[in-house]
Design a protein around this ligand. Structure first.
Ligand code: FCB
Length: 460
């Protein structure tokens, strides 16, 4: 270990990995599962860049046991997965599908047998298609329907599950799915987008209350937000204001309601007509106290003023020079900057990094190993930045790598590999990558050597 470069994490630190139902489960029409908006979207030609779907994905529905064994081999002490609403309620409401609930029962039991703490997320974007047909997230009725679903799942699993995440990244689901049309349900409707934001947030508050009411043991309920520092492209007022507007819609639009029971004023003035119109009591429900804030961090956003872009007049630029992954700029200092800002502006009592990772075009080497050193370097650097924030008393208590296995990366299909475990989609064979072996060592040491990320010949 390099002298002075070892970063030890607090005792009891949660070391996990994350996945989502539609991205790994497959078995899209088995055992009574209803169709979701992602089935419809992926089955529509032209929506997914390689023409693929999540019909089979990593076949986790059938191979969950093997996957849990792999997690145990890596030494994970926690696993974040999502529950597919259409497995539990094929049409979103009314009839419970026993076989769907039973799958999550088996998964939770398999995890606990290996001392891996389950962290289920209730909504990671696979809305039952039947609910979309009646307006989806733009229809206020969905809030109580989501709370009913949350309550059903909590009643079933809360004897063994005590950490719950209501929503995954409401910003991405609303903006990419309802405004940009590049995720399911594929809408490009500003009005529906902002109603969706409000209903996702309101349903979070209602679900948190429903879980607390139904749970058999005292639950910790959080929400996972996709968050990032936003920087101006150039040091000039127009770009700074563009960055501020983007920050408002991407970060503060979600953080302010959850922590301060209000929408950001500047965004309210800017987007007046399309802003949500909360009913009395809504904002208090949204701000129901959190057990933890889940933070998904991948990259920063660099914005410039752009009068042609409605309604924000801001567009994203790729700054010259820095490294890129297949999807985003690699910018680990943003982790530290973000955590410091969250602590200063919102003071969440507890933070879990619920996603952080990088797509690397991994392949098997001559000897069958997958040498994903770029991933190791990315995770190492992000963990080092996380550690800096912890040293400054930001209450980060866990880290979940995105992702456990390679999987269906939404509109990118199978072209992006995020796993610490390689999946050969032709055979469904799993291979733990070098990053998985490295992560196992981090977990054993409860820390990492910030000076090392691979064999000596690899320039870190
Ligand atoms: C996040 C999603 C997750 C995965 C990663 C790469 O926005 O929550 O499902 O696709 O990006």
């Amino acid at each position: 270990m390099g002298e002075g470069t070892f970063r030890r994490f607090p005792d009891g630190f949660v070391w996990g990995a994350a996945t989502a139902s539609y991205q790994i489960e497959g078995a899209w029409d088995e055992d009574g599962r209803g169709p979701s908006v992602w089935d419809t979207f992926a089955h529509t030609p032209g929506k997914i860049c390689d023409g693929s779907t999540g019909d089979v994905a990593a076949d986790h529905y059938h191979r969950y046991h093997e996957d849990v064994d792999i997690m145990a081999g890596i030494g994970l002490n926690a696993y974040r997965f999502s529950i597919a609403w259409p497995r539990v309620f094929p049409t979103g409401t009314d009839e419970v599908n026993e076989a769907g609930l039973a799958f999550y029962d088996r998964l939770v039991d398999a995890l606990l047998e290996k001392n891996i703490t389950p962290y289920p997320t209730l909504f990671h974007w696979d809305l039952p298609q039947a609910l979309q047909n009646s307006g989806g997230w733009a229809n206020r009725d969905i809030c109580s329907q989501f709370a009913d679903y949350a309550s059903t799942v909590a009643e079933r699993l809360s004897d063994r599950v005590s950490h719950w995440i209501t929503h995954n990244e409401p910003a991405v689901h609303s903006l990419l799915g309802h405004f940009m049309g590049i995720h399911a349900p594929g809408l490009t409707d500003p009005m529906a987008t902002f109603q969706t934001i409000h209903h996702l947030l309101l349903s979070h508050g209602l679900a948190a209350q429903a879980i607390r009411a139904a749970a058999k043991t005292l639950p910790e309920v959080g929400i996972t937000l996709s968050l990032a520092p936003v920087h101006p492209a150039e040091d000039r007022d127009a770009d700074r204001e563009a960055a501020q507007r983007f920050d408002g819609v991407f970060n503060r639009m979600f953080l302010d309601p959850v922590f301060k029971a209000r929408y950001p004023e500047d965004i309210g003035e800017l987007l007046e007509v399309i802003m949500p119109k909360p009913e009395p009591g809504d904002m208090e429900t949204i701000a129901t106290p959190l057990g933890f804030l889940g933070v998904n961090y991948y990259t920063r956003h660099v914005m410039k003023h752009d009068p042609d872009v409605f309604p924000l007049q801001a567009s994203e630029v790729r700054p010259e020079g820095p490294e890129y992954s297949g999807m985003w700029e690699i910018y680990p200092p943003g982790m530290y900057e973000l955590l410091m800002r969250l602590d200063a502006d919102y003071a969440p009592g507890k933070i879990l990094i619920t996603e952080n990772g990088i797509p690397v075009p991994d392949g098997k080497d001559f000897d069958g190993r997958v040498r994903d050193y770029r991933r190791i370097r990315y995770v190492r650097d992000n963990l080092e930045q996380t550690h800096r924030a912890i040293e400054e008393d930001v209450p980060v208590e866990g880290y979940f790598h995105w992702s456990m296995t390679d999987n269906f990366e939404w509109a990118f299909g199978y072209t992006m590999r995020f796993g610490m475990v390689y999946v050969d989609y032709a055979t469904q064979e799993r291979t733990v990558k070098e990053s998985g072996r490295w992560y196992a060592q981090v977990i054993r040491d409860n820390g990492l050597d910030a000076g090392v990320c691979g064999p000596p010949f690899f320039p870190c």
